[in-house]
Design a protein around this ligand. Structure first.
Ligand SMILES: [Zn+2]
Length: 220
């Protein structure tokens, strides 16, 4: 059995390793993301290491064992499935669901998770466009890149966001930027790299480089 906190650490280590292409995560990086003191992080790492869920060498950092990775992927699977449920079945906005899913993801019932998955029609992506691992922990692949890296005048589809804070998502709502939107970059300012883009062949808007960096697209 793993506790809430242990599960959150495994998830945090998984996401950090993913962002670093599998490289070991440092205690400081973990302290920052979990907002705890380095000393508490070290205690937790010792405990996870005793349970053989992580490989932890002082001064070298942390990686997940196969068992630890499998638990992290199960938590991520539940988190993302619940997010789909909250948006599609309960009518929540995509900016309102992350905190609730942070709690629901810890419900430890395999039957519930599989029924939820079937009830939702086995979705491959959550409402932020993040891939949902299957019950074996395989992630559906998705070839996406940042809108800020798109070639001008190419037809694009918005697939996801790399930031899921409520203020950011609400900002996208105001701009009518939703998953599935058809986008085309018309022009990039040489001054501040802000972008002039067309949405769904209907209207055009200006967005900052920062916003464009957090929007994931693929070629249509
Ligand atoms: Zn979330």
């Amino acid at each position: 059995m793993t506790s809430f906190t242990e599960e959150n650490y495994l998830k945090a280590i998984f996401h950090l390793c993913e962002n670093k292409n599998g490289l070991a995560v440092s205690t400081n990086e973990l302290a920052e993301i979990t907002q705890t003191r380095a000393a508490s992080v070290s205690d937790m790492l010792r405990r996870l290491s005793e349970k053989e869920l992580i490989l932890y060498k002082k001064y070298q950092g942390v990686t997940l064992t196969e068992e630890g990775k499998s638990i992290a992927l199960k938590i991520i699977r539940k988190h993302r499935l619940w997010e789909v449920f909250l948006v599609e079945k309960l009518g929540f906005g995509w900016d309102e669901i992350h905190e609730i899913a942070e709690e629901l993801e810890h419900i430890d019932s395999k039957v519930l998770t599989e029924r939820l998955d079937n009830f939702l029609g086995n979705p491959k992506f959550d409402p932020h466009g993040d891939p949902i691992p299957d019950e074996k922990g395989n992630m559906p692949s998705q070839v996406s890149f940042k809108l800020s890296e798109a070639v001008i005048n190419t037809e694009l589809v918005m697939l996801g966001v790399s930031e899921d804070s409520a203020p950011f998502l609400q900002h996208l709502d105001k701009l009518s930027l939703h998953l599935g939107a058809k986008l085309r970059v018309l022009d990039v300012s040489g001054y501040d790299q802000s972008l002039h883009i067309e949405i769904n062949k209907a209207g055009t808007i200006h967005i900052s480089k920062e916003v464009a960096c957090s929007i994931l697209v693929s070629k249509k």
